[in-house]
Design a protein around this ligand. Structure first.
Ligand SMILES: *Cc1c(COP(=O)(O)O)cnc(C)c1O
Length: 394
């Protein structure tokens, strides 16, 4: 198939829920993506934070290859060597969270966590944060704030409310003895790369404990080294009752997980489940990914490279930049105008980046990005942010 055939087929047959870009990627290596003509792009999106280990990581590739020829599928009622290995590894990551539920995506992890809190507490209400993004299935969508994801899909799940982020007073009022859970992102990704205050997170833990509510942290985007620690909660010494992860968990193979603390009760056989959850193929990829993250000390790499990148970004003198903020390699450049024309300009210069809301350029490069590649990214950004492309339509 040539390029125009591929584009024609996708525009004719895709459901229509994605705005398609005009580039056909066929291969990846480290922080690079290659299009159908072999043209090289620097990936600063990582598939929304999936490719933390870079593309085609040899350890992950080998594990998938080996497990695919051994056993791909097995329902979780039957124990399995790869699943047990991943359970052992993943429950050792956060002290206190020593049970795990496996699923296949981020939204499923949130969905499971929400169900677990309701059945555990016998309460219905869930508080979430303004600007939060937790996924697109009905429970996760009910916890998601932005109308652009919700409109047209009502009625959503009853019992959900939204409180301003980083506002302790509002949280004191919102969480009551009827609240099953408070769910939040330690760094809001889709919402615009906003980082929680340490005092807010401590208050969230204290208020949940005082009212008998559970605390769910969504680390689907911020997890597995992205922010400079294995999980963003570790910057703040925060232990949630449930921690949702997915995205980079299995090195790019679809997988989600909920890590579960001792306050979560009533998880009995049949209470929840997933056909593909905990399948040996994804688990083998997960073991390989977690091993590689450890061996290559990716959290430290993200911390160092993120600090370097943000220092360089803060030196850019452009009247278009309102603020540079981030944690590790989860970085936002807030502009005084729409980000979309600048993302397009970056793409023309062969850099793939993301937006976060209307005005934020979001950078989520693979954590294996090199310093030379970061320098190149900054040089291109300097150039692109010289020109005021206001007024251009998205
Ligand atoms: C991506 C994301 C989700 C949803 O994950 P899917 O795998 O797309 O369902 C949920 N929460 C956060 C914070 C995310 O970044």
């Amino acid at each position: 198939m040539n390029a125009s055939e591929i584009i024609e087929i996708e525009s004719r047959h895709a459901a229509g829920v994605y705005g398609k870009q005009p580039i056909i990627f066929v291969r990846g290596q480290g922080a690079l993506l290659f299009d159908i003509d072999g043209v090289e792009y620097l990936d600063c999106a990582s598939g929304h934070g999936v490719a933390n280990l870079g593309h085609a990581h040899p350890k992950v590739v080998e594990a998938i290859y080996k497990q695919a020829s051994t056993l791909i599928t097995l329902f979780e009622t039957f124990p399995n060597d790869q699943r047990a290995a991943l359970m052992k590894k993943i429950t050792a990551l956060v002290p206190g969270l020593d049970r795990v539920f496996f699923c296949n995506s981020g939204t499923e992890a949130v969905e499971a966590a929400l169900k677990f809190t309701r059945i555990s507490m016998g309460r219905k209400n869930v508080a979430a944060a303004m600007r939060a993004f937790h996924g697109r299935t009905f429970g996760a969508l009910s916890a998601t704030f932005n109308r652009k994801y919700r409109d047209g899909f009502e009625p959503l799940v009853p019992g959900f409310s939204h409180v301003p982020y980083n506002n302790i007073e509002a949280l004191e009022k919102a969480i009551t003895t009827e609240t099953a859970a408070f769910i939040l992102e330690v760094v809001q990704g889709e919402g615009g790369v906003y980082i929680a205050d340490a005092a807010y997170l401590q208050a969230a833990r204290r208020i949940c404990d005082a009212r008998g509510a559970l605390l769910i942290v969504d680390e689907i985007q911020s997890g597995f080294g992205r922010t400079g620690k294995l999980f963003a909660v570790q910057h703040f010494g925060l232990t949630p009752d449930l921690l949702c992860c997915a995205k980079s968990l299995a090195g790019g193979v679809p997988m989600g997980a909920v890590l579960i603390g001792p306050a979560v009760k009533n998880l009995t056989p049949g209470a929840h489940g997933s056909t593909f959850g905990g399948n040996p193929l994804a688990c083998a990829a997960g073991v390989a990914a977690l091993t590689a993250i450890e061996e290559e000390d990716l959290p430290r790499q993200a911390a160092e490279k993120g600090a370097y990148l943000m220092e360089k970004l803060r030196q850019i003198e452009s009247p278009l930049i309102r603020e540079v903020r981030g944690l590790g390699l989860m970085v936002g450049i807030e502009l005084k105008q729409k980000a979309a024309p600048y993302l397009k300009a970056l793409q023309e210069k062969r850099i793939i980046a993301l937006n976060a809301g209307m005005t934020v350029i979001r950078l989520l490069p693979p954590l294996v990005i090199t310093i030379e590649q970061i320098d190149h990214l900054v040089a291109v950004l300097v150039n692109v942010l010289k020109v005021d492309i206001a007024g251009e339509k998205e």
